[in-house]
Design a protein around this ligand. Structure first.
Ligand code: PLP
Length: 423
């Protein structure tokens, strides 16, 4: 182990690790496009963007220059109350111009969990203010991931992640995992019937919002069954329930569209974004807020916010990042390269230990039936390719600037290790 790796073990606690039993860290040093190098000079092909955050690829000098320029000019000043800054204002305008119809305001955050905290609190406040304080329930789905904060973890439907912290935010009610393979071709009918039944049981007058990812990310890159989102939206509207779409992974190109909501034909009441907004160069997120929420909450004081909301450096980098996504046609790239990768991975579904190969654009998953996925992650890494084992699935979400040759290398190495897992 290098000196740095051993110092890491003696000084840091990493997210999602065992306290007192740290794994040997891969200490990364630099990146360029879809490539990464560790401090020993070993090269890796990045099949995941870390945690799906980097559409424009690593090492973009343009973004470093924009950040440096903004830091020299105005590094930060609070955006609470009546303070503002030009990059935040321009970013809000840009996001609203890209967003689905009906979204009219932006609340800037520092990341994804904070965005979901914001959206859930705002949904509850809106109803409270509009004279329906009993509307506090949040409908969430098994298999969904919404973050690690008080409300966002409470709405995360992965049991293991919620255990050990005592009572979380009350009034979260559960719906089944939106996974077609379990339900067969009638999946949408089954899930919509379940939604209607749960609403009736709970009482529509008690429900503030439904929260869901257009495509489950942490849950294994699970796309919705055909026609799911428009029908869910219709049921929610009919019952006066707000729709919060968590686009922390799906926004900014990964599905081949600016927003997954566009891809699946929904017009949410709120969209929560982060990750790809700045390609991860600076932590930042944004909640896009729709007309219905604004009407309900009109006149309410939103006593909510975190010191670094509306960070001018984050906003300046986000604007430059969105420019790169547009100029480099990364939405089209996600569609074309996603199809190329999918064509290489689809035959894996024939293997007896592979349950399903699935995905949308450049977010793909391979679910195993009865085998651990961690050895595939380790084997690929030993061969210089980074993929992610997420529960029973291997998930892929490379930078959208990945080249065709790199896609082929990713597929070659992954197919080899998925096949090895059979033995
Ligand atoms: N929502 C989704 C769909 C995510 O994938 C994530 C992170 O992976 C989050 C929320 C939480 O975002 P953050 O880790 O930036 O707080």
């Amino acid at each position: 182990m290098t000196d740095l790796a051993s110092l890491d073990q003696r000084t840091l606690i990493h997210p999602h690790t065992v306290i007192g039993d740290p794994a040997e860290p891969l200490v990364l040093d630099r990146g360029e496009g879809a490539l990464l190098w560790d401090t020993d000079g070993n090269q890796y092909l990045d099949g995941t963007c870390g945690l799906w955050q980097c559409p424009v690829g690593h090492g973009r000098a343009e973004l470093a220059d924009v950040a440096a320029e903004q830091i020299r000019k105005l590094e930060f000043y609070s955006s609470f109350g009546d303070y503002s800054n030009a990059p935040s204002i321009r970013l809000a305008e840009r996001l609203l111009s890209l967003a689905p119809a009906g979204l009219e305001r932006v609340f800037l955050t520092n990341g994804g969990s904070e965005g979901n905290e914001t959206a859930i609190k705002l949904a509850r406040l809106a109803f409270h203010h509009a004279g329906s304080p009993e509307r506090t329930v949040v409908l969430a789905r098994h298999g969904g991931y919404h973050g690690m904060g008080g409300a966002s973890l409470a709405a995360t439907g992965i049991e293991g992640l919620r255990a050990g912290y005592g009572p979380l935010l009350p009034d979260v009610e559960w719906l089944g995992k939106p996974h077609g393979i379990e339900h067969g071709p009638d999946a949408t009918d089954i899930l919509v019937a379940e939604l209607e039944q749960r609403i009736e049981e709970i009482g529509p007058h008690r429900i503030a919002a439904f929260i869901g990812e257009p495509v489950l990310g942490v849950g294994g890159m699970v796309p919705p069954p055909e026609g799911y989102w428009p029908r869910v939206q219709e049921v929610l509207r009919r019952n006066g329930i707000l729709l919060i779409v968590d686009e922390i992974v799906t926004a900014f190109g990964r599905t081949g569209h600016w927003f997954g909501s566009e891809r699946f034909g929904v017009e949410p009441d709120m969209i929560v974004t982060a990750k790809g907004l700045t390609s991860g160069y600076i932590p930042m997120g944004a909640v896009l807020i729709g007309r219905r929420v604004l009407e309900l909450a009109e006149g309410a004081t939103f006593l909510h916010g975190f010191t670094y909301n509306g960070h001018p450096v984050g906003a300046a980098v986000a604007l430059a990042n969105l420019d790169l996504i547009e100029k480099e046609n990364l939405l089209e790239r996600a569609t074309a390269l996603g199809a190329r990768l999918r064509a290489r991975l689809d035959p894996l579904a024939e293997l007896p230990h592979v349950r399903e190969v699935r995905g949308v654009g450049l977010m793909l998953g391979i679910e195993f039936a009865d085998r651990p996925t961690a050895p595939v992650q380790a084997g690929c890494r030993a061969d210089g390719v980074v993929v992610r084992a997420s529960g029973t699935s291997i998930v892929l979400s490379p930078p959208l600037v990945i080249t065709e040759d790199q896609i082929d290398t990713l597929a070659d190495v992954l197919c080899k290790h998925v096949a090895v897992a059979a033995s």
